[in-house]
Design a protein around this ligand. Structure first.
Ligand code: UT7
Length: 345
């Protein structure tokens, strides 16, 4: 009989391409404006990968940083889970490329393809393997190379997305910290509302896979589900919003966050927001925000964080996680300023 364990986030890392694409840059090639994008979304800039950079390289950079913070050798990993819509290949999984290039010999690896909720679905899955005692050291990654799917003829979606990666290391501990509750959901009746489809590409009707989104429908869904998923996970954990230090949401639209904050009766300042700089990085947005917040000291090593996301499916996910004081060691390492691989600020 395996012994019940808890999961501690002992390492984190993030990577964003250095190529900054501003709203003004886009307004030179699209019928759009900085004013429209900022007012409707809160986005000022996004990072788009350049030649020689791809989803695998971004995932590796974030993963290496997370492993370094955790002081864990890749060979000591028991599992790698990658949340992504990367489509480097439909098979093998992106996680297998990451596993090999990290040098994590024979470590099991798989992807979770639930769109923007991919990281929280992956993190919730990782905690289950830890809780049963099956695995002790798990790398969880969220990565997207969405710029390769951006349709520059569709201004309604082209301005919204950015590339990036974030990763955490979750390790087993006897200390009762970690996951206090999780909620996952999918409304498959809305699969057509947000889609990165391959059918047209396979049939030769399109030269590349592109994103389709019914923006208004997704906006309505997100505004409703964000608050309800948070309420459900808090109720499950027997906690209230007063017990939460930070809400780390999927960064899709500032107006969705403002509306959720209003409905939940919490100040917007309780939300960790960096959408202005990175736009919507889909499965990467939460780990990228989490790593940034931990690196800049706004999120403290013993904070309780409520992470919440929504996206293709349409899916939703929320997790309540108590970080752990053990992370103080990792944070003090960061204060030495040695471990941040690439600037993501
Ligand atoms: O992570 C996945 C989850 N995704 C989301 O959460 C996205 C949710 N949806 C949204 O964030 C918003 O619906 C959008 C930002 C995508 C769009 O904002 P909106 O306020 O819903 O705009 P709209 O689609 O209703 O369009 C309003 C107007 C239209 O013009 P007309 O028909 O009123 O003349 C659009 O053609 O804005 C026009 N428009 C633009 N104008 C300038 C659409 N995109 C642009 C643009 N620049 N980029």
């Amino acid at each position: 009989m395996m012994q019940q364990k808890y999961g501690q986030i002992t390492g984190w890392g993030a990577y964003a391409p250095s190529n900054v694409v501003t709203n003004d840059d886009l307004s030179k090639i699209l019928d759009t404006s900085d004013e429209w994008i900022v007012q409707r979304t809160g986005i000022k800039a996004r990072r788009w990968a350049e030649e020689g950079e791809d989803g695998i390289s971004m995932a590796l950079a974030a993963s290496r940083e997370a492993l370094e913070v955790a002081q864990l050798d890749p060979n000591d990993l028991d599992l790698i889970i990658v949340g992504t819509s990367l489509v480097e290949s439909l098979a093998p999984a992106v996680a297998s490329y990451v596993q090999h290039q990290l040098g994590a010999k024979d470590v099991p690896a798989f992807d979770v393809s639930t769109g923007c909720t991919g990281f929280l679905y992956s993190l919730s899955t990782a905690y289950q393997f830890i809780a049963t005692g099956a695995y002790e050291n798990i790398l969880v990654v969220g990565v997207e190379h969405i710029s390769q799917f951006v349709d520059l003829d569709d201004r309604a979606t082209a301005v919204l997305f950015g590339d990036g990666a974030g990763a955490v290391v979750v390790q087993a501990t006897d200390e009762p910290c970690g996951l206090k509750g999780f909620q996952l959901g999918s409304d498959g009746s809305q699969t057509e509302k947000l889609k990165l489809g391959l059918t047209e590409l396979i049939k030769g009707e399109s030269s590349k896979a592109t994103i389709y989104m019914d923006g208004r429908a997704v906006f309505r869904f997100a505004s409703r589900v964000l608050g309800s998923a948070c309420a459900q996970v808090l109720q499950q954990a027997g906690k209230t919003l007063d017990d939460v230090d930070w809400i780390v949401p999927h960064q899709a639209n500032m107006r969705i966050l403002q509306s959720a904050a209003r409905d939940m009766g919490v100040p917007l300042e309780k939300f960790y927001i960096n959408i202005d700089q990175y736009a919507n990085t889909s499965a990467a947005s939460i780990p990228l925000a989490l790593a940034e917040g931990l690196n800049n000291g706004q999120i403290k090593p013993d904070d309780t964080i409520l992470m919440v996301s929504f996206g293709a499916g349409l899916t939703w996910a929320a997790t309540l996680v108590e970080l752990s004081p053990k992370m103080v060691c990792a944070e003090s390492m960061f204060e030495l300023g040695e471990l941040v691989a690439e600037p993501v600020m």
